[in-house]
Ligand binder design. Structure first.
Ligand SMILES: Nc1ncnc2c1ncn2[C@@H]1O[C@H](COP(=O)(O)OP(=O)(O)OP(=O)(O)O)[C@@H](O)[C@H]1O
Ligand SMILES: [Mg+2]
Length: 316
């Protein structure tokens, strides 16, 4: 059974001058124990795609397509099904750790409540404390009593990971779990997520705009741009020979990646705004290889091999 099976996902938000389609036919899939990176610039639809899968988008969002999580059809799931699925089947680590906690209750009480809700009978207090220790919070007893605003960004991020893992989810979706953190803490947190994934055989979706994080943590990658899938590939293949010019541009923007280039080079042009996407391939205005067909017609996602696909009329 696949843990995550999203296909032809379309998400539309109401906008000031008409509906805005933020996600335009995305597919994502994950088998048990596997890890998938979802990469792309700001606004490419990474968070919206994953939040749609957990049915966490506001009611104003129009969501279409197939959304299956641990074999459950999320589009048809009832409110009570959703409460069970979120946490137990799949947990999410959010971009903003403050959003995961209620500001008026201590961290420990919130983790304990989550454990009790999903796994009645478990020694909830002892497990919550052990998890806080596991995410290397130095004084787990103090953290149990602390309110969210009393913890530093890094500590809160760790506490959120502890809370996500407290239900022993089969799938963990981590949305930029380390962007707000300094490099040392970032490396520790990524290692922690990887260790926990390996121990529990948990599936992992790692959302990031940072290909360095991808290289360290996942087996496969899906590259998004303007709400479209640009490329799917095993991680090593993506780094060795990207098929899409956008992936190539992302790789070139990693500092020290290509000889003689030490500084982060930005991809020319502005990142995709779903309200202003051009006709044809969404990347064509920024693509040095673009030709007439790219400007007229959006290329479909096409298989290059059993494990690779790209949406480009002239792949590299
Ligand atoms: N609740 C919402 N209402 C209206 N538009 C939204 C809403 N949530 C997201 N969007 C829009 O959908 C698009 C995709 O957003 P999304 O959050 O998925 O981007 P992202 O790839 O996660 O970017 P980032 O790297 O900045 O987190 C953006 O243009 C965003 O403005
Ligand atoms: Mg996001």
């Amino acid at each position: 059974m696949t843990l995550l099976d999203i296909s032809d996902l379309r998400v539309t938000f109401p906008g000031a001058s008409g509906p805005v389609q933020a996600v335009r036919g995305v597919r994502l899939s994950l088998a048990p124990g596997e890890s998938l990176g979802v990469v792309g610039e700001s606004g490419s639809g990474k968070s919206v795609s994953c939040m749609a899968a957990l049915r966490l988008l506001p009611a104003t969002a129009k969501v279409e397509g197939r959304l299956s999580l641990c074999g459950i059809d999320m589009a048809r799931a009832s409110k009570s099904d959703l409460a069970q699925i979120r946490g137990r089947a799949a947990a999410m680590i959010f971009q903003d750790p403050m959003s995961a906690f209620d500001p008026v209750f201590p961290i420990g009480a919130q983790i304990v409540e989550t454990i009790r809700a999903h796994r009645p009978g478990a020694p909830a207090r002892a497990e919550a404390r052990a998890l806080l220790a596991r995410v290397e919070i130095r004084d787990p007893d103090a953290a149990m009593q602390a309110y969210p605003h009393q913890l530093s960004g890094g500590m809160l991020q760790r506490a959120m990971i502890a809370m996500a893992l407290s239900c022993q989810p089969r799938l963990l979706i981590a949305d930029e779990p380390t962007t707000a953190l300094d490099v040392t803490v970032q490396a520790q947190i990524l290692q922690l997520i990887k260790d926990m994934q390996a121990e529990a055989g948990m599936g992992l979706v790692m959302i990031t705009h940072d290909l360095g994080v991808i290289a360290e943590t996942v087996d496969r990658v899906t590259v998004l741009y303007g709400g479209h899938v640009m490329e799917e590939a095993p991680t090593a293949d993506l780094f060795d020979h990207p098929a899409h010019p956008y992936t190539r541009a992302l790789l070139d923007s990693i500092p020290g990646q290509s000889p003689g280039r030490q500084r982060l080079s930005e991809i020319p042009g502005s990142s995709p705004d779903p309200a202003k996407l051009p006709q044809g391939c969404p990347f064509h205005p920024r693509c040095a290889r673009a030709h007439d067909r790219c400007r007229a017609e959006a290329p479909p996602l096409t298989a290059l091999s059993p494990t690779r696909a790209t949406a480009c009329w002239s792949p590299l």
